[in-house]
Design a protein around this ligand. Sequence first.
Ligand code: FAD
Length: 403
Amino acid sequence: MRSVVVVGAGLAAAQTVAALRAEGFDGCLTVLGGEGLEPYDRPPLSKELLTRTEPAWLRDELGTDLHLADDVRLAEPATGLTLGPHDVEVVTSTGGVRADAAVLATGSTAVRPPGWQGALTLHTAADAHLLRTALTPGARLVVIGAGWIGAEVAGVAAAAGVEVTVVEAASAPLATALGADVGALTVPWYAAAGVRLVTGARVVRVGPGAVELADGEVLGADVVLAAVGARPASGWWGEALPVSADGSLAVDEQYRVIGAPGRVVAVGDLARRRSPRHGWVAGGHWDGALRGPATAVRGLLGHPARGPADDPAPYVFSTQLGHELAGYGVPGPLDDVVLRGDPATSGGVLWFTAGTEELRAVLVVDRPRDVAAARRLFSGASLPHLDRAVAADPDRSLRDAAR
Ligand SMILES: Cc1cc2nc3c(=O)[nH]c(=O)nc-3n(C[C@H](O)[C@H](O)[C@H](O)COP(=O)(O)OP(=O)(O)OC[C@H]3O[C@@H](n4cnc5c(N)ncnc54)[C@H](O)[C@@H]3O)c2cc1C
């Protein structure tokens, strides 16, 4: 393989460039980006929204250097893709880039429902700048959506003297990610942080200075943040690749796009990965964009697979409303849920395959030692098996529960 084009210039793209060079690829490498900025880290955009005014550049945070590539075009987004019999061509406003292989790493974009033009979103450094400027002490902020980002922004804004209301359509925060029963454990955090939380409330109108709910309540708002999720940035290639209903690209264990030639891989938020241990793993979390590219690059270059290291357990972290959360694995709706201590203060939640001791996912709240144990539990070739009673006991180490 003599040339590769990487589409995207975020975390997954930067990691791809680093992995290609680390694996000895010395051919021509082109990077196409859409934001006109060097790669930066997104998690601080919400967690340090009001305290960090400059992006957290990945070259400082992780030591990644996009300029290991030969041709870096940070403000030349891809607008089309043609798959030839032996190569690929990525179309841009200045023509096209032809290469032997393409790595697609265009991430995701924040969802803003139609009619919500008055709402801000938070996905880019530019979004963070707008939101930060608007959030002065005493301002009224309505956050629509009590997911990861909504909860994080609500906490930092309230701590800075902003009057915050969070409106959530489901019966509890984090219901999509964790299920409503587990998400409900976080409800007390809102009042404790001085945030009003309204659940089971559908927004019918976002107007100038107000958010109207289906029950007729009108919430006055100086700033509205739509935090209702992100969608893979997949529209740009038209019909060239098969897109799933959620906008993602389904990829195999080595991130090859299913239904496309093997020389097209997708990494990061864009990809929904087939995992031997976890089934289908959606993108959307930092760790997947960090680790996936090494596996994708090894597959692309025909280098041997590394076993479990190529199938990392999905990992999500969040700092919200004064609490540190870490999750491993993929919880399923039919799993048995076991509480470890009191997750609302310091504890965890374990998801077991129904009626078994097979652990499918764990959420840890404010217990750093459990985070390390959970990481180790999920590092084997198969899902861990735990004694449920021991795992539920917060006075015992999670590692003691391993079978
Ligand atoms: C505010 C915020 C907080 C977050 N906090 C957490 C957290 O606490 N924990 C966690 O696990 N995850 C978190 N995430 C998610 C995490 O940041 C993402 O999973 C990660 O950034 C994905 O990296 P990526 O490279 O796939 O995509 P992105 O970071 O989205 O980068 C994709 C890049 O591709 C560019 N692009 C798009 N279209 C094109 C095109 N057509 N041509 C060329 N370039 C294009 C985009 O401009 C962008 O720069 C957070 C995300 C946000 C927005």
